[in-house]
Design a protein around this ligand. Structure first.
Ligand SMILES: NS(=O)(=O)c1ccc(C(=O)NCc2ccccc2F)cc1
Ligand SMILES: [Zn+2]
Length: 260
């Protein structure tokens, strides 16, 4: 029984064999078509108040590079926007391609970005993360698109500097004193819709808050990300690239915009 992944024999087209939710009608990612988006004047601005001391470790789990935070109390929280109440920051991770012209999960008016960063938060009213997965308002993910440009965001450096310490699957390193809100772009404009995890178990528990303004990274920084490996130490090298899920059917869902 091969664990899910992004290769031919265990990739997105076969996830439904072990994770039936993958064929649900509120799956993510989706394409955002500006012509179908509805500007919702009632959408409030969102606010993140993160404690840099909550950052704990950074790890390579063979499928992404993930930074983990202490979510045992309301220490780093996301509020406002389409959300009711405070959602706790649990982890952030990325999805990226094998070249700069693709790699994001969400696609904006046909444009694919080099990567996409996800900040995953859960609603403590559901007790714990496992409980939150079972609720339509259980999880909130802030998605930030990464585009390759000339003025890379210096704040990405901190994450990319750690890559050398977590090259292979299972590697973990301390990652402390880090406030991920430094990664946010200038604009707080966002799209929001109801969807799912973009990886198994593909639970439809996510309120997506996808930021309109991409942040910039350099091509060298993308190459750094692509130097991660899916394989464990002393195993044949299997580059960790193209860990993005293809677009899923919108199935009549409404995407709202906080902006005109
Ligand atoms: N790409 S994304 O949509 O932002 C996404 C966010 C979180 C997870 C996650 O927590 N997986 C672990 C997990 C999932 C379900 C149950 C237990 C788990 F640990 C997966 C995908
Ligand atoms: Zn993700």
């Amino acid at each position: 029984q091969s664990v899910w992944g992004y290769d031919r024999d265990n990739g997105p087209d076969r996830w439904h064999e072990n994770y039936p939710m993958a064929k649900g009608d509120k799956q993510s990612p989706i394409e955002i078509n500006s012509k179908d988006v509805r500007h919702d004047t009632s959408l409030a601005p969102w606010h993140a108040s993160y404690d840099p001391g909550a950052a704990k470790t950074i790890l390579n789990n063979g499928r992404t590079c993930r930074v983990v935070f202490d979510d045992t109390f309301d220490r780093s929280v996301l509020r406002g926007g389409p959300l009711t109440g405070a959602y706790r920051l649990r982890q952030l991770h990325l999805h990226w391609g094998s070249s700069d012209d693709h790699g994001s999960e969400h696609v904006i008016d046909g444009v694919k970005y080099a990567a996409e960063l996800h900040m995953v938060h859960w609603n403590p009213k559901h007790g714990n993360f496992a409980g939150a997965l079972k609720q339509p308002d259980g999880v909130a993910v802030v998605g930030i698109l990464l585009k390759v440009g000339k003025t890379p965001k210096p704040e990405m450096k901190r994450i990319l500097e750690e890559i050398d310490n977590i090259k292979t699957k299972g590697k973990e390193a301390p990652f402390q004193h880090f406030d991920p809100s430094i990664l946010f772009p200038k604009s707080r404009d966002y799209w929001t819709y109801h969807g799912s995890f973009t990886t198994p178990p593909c639970e439809e528990c996510i309120t997506w808050i996808l930021l309109r303004e991409p942040i910039e990274v350099s091509s060298d920084q993308m190459a750094k990300l692509r130097s991660l490996s899916k394989n464990g130490e002393n195993e044949p090298v299997n580059p960790l690239v193209d860990n993005w899920r293809p677009l899923q059917p919108v199935k009549g869902r409404i995407v709202r915009a906080s902006f005109k």
